[in-house]
Write a protein that binds this ligand. Structure first.
Ligand code: SF4
Ligand code: SF4
Length: 175
């Protein structure tokens, strides 16, 4: 997969992917804590990662990836293994999410990750600061491109809705 050859991938997305290419939530391999839970599918299911707008162009021609259109956007279905340098941006930023607030882009624990990822229990402060910074900067870059910004705003709204629901049913939100 050569990202440079895919013209339809905008610069902001390319930059964000590159910024998170080698960074991980912890300096050590967090997959050892949980058996790489975020890459494991439930029995009979495939793991699907929601792609950022235009990101599907990177995967469409590669038969090792399957794409699925949904109401929320395009999912990349994986077998639970991938070449690290090819993983989608959603995997690169997991379990964080850049959220859009009045004061700008902030980094938050992705509430959708709470059921899967043990790292959230320690709060943001437990994650490698370099990783947090990279996720925030990636979000800032994405906000410079209209369709990426719209996508991030939608993800933020989803997080807020999830937090409202959790509070309503007695849970906690961290965004
Ligand atoms: S679920 Fe969390 S702790 Fe486990 S590999 Fe994924 S990001 Fe790391
Ligand atoms: S694409 Fe790669 S990093 Fe993402 S869930 Fe699948 S195996 Fe894990």
């Amino acid at each position: 997969m050569s990202e440079r050859k895919v013209d339809r991938v905008d610069e902001a997305l390319r930059w964000a992917r590159e910024r998170l290419r080698d960074l991980t939530p912890l300096k050590s391999d967090c997959g050892r804590l949980c058996g790489a839970a975020c890459c494991r599918s439930a029995e009979g299911e495939e793991t699907g990662m929601l792609l950022f707008p235009g990101e599907e162009a990177l995967y469409a021609a590669d038969p090792t990836w399957r794409l699925k259109e949904t109401e929320r956007g395009t999912l990349a279905l994986c077998s639970g293994r991938c070449r690290r340098e090819e993983r989608p941006l959603a995997c690169r930023i997991f379990p964080l999410l850049p959220v859009v607030r009045e004061e700008g882009v902030r980094v938050a624990l992705d509430l959708r990750a709470a059921a899967v990822c043990p790292l959230g229990r320690g709060g943001l402060g437990a994650l490698d600061p370099a990783f947090r910074t990279a996720v925030r900067e990636a979000g800032g870059a994405l906000m410079g491109e209209a369709r990426q910004a719209a996508f991030l705003r939608r993800l933020t709204e989803e997080q807020d809705e999830l937090r409202r629901l959790r509070r309503q049913f007695g849970g906690e939100g961290r965004v």
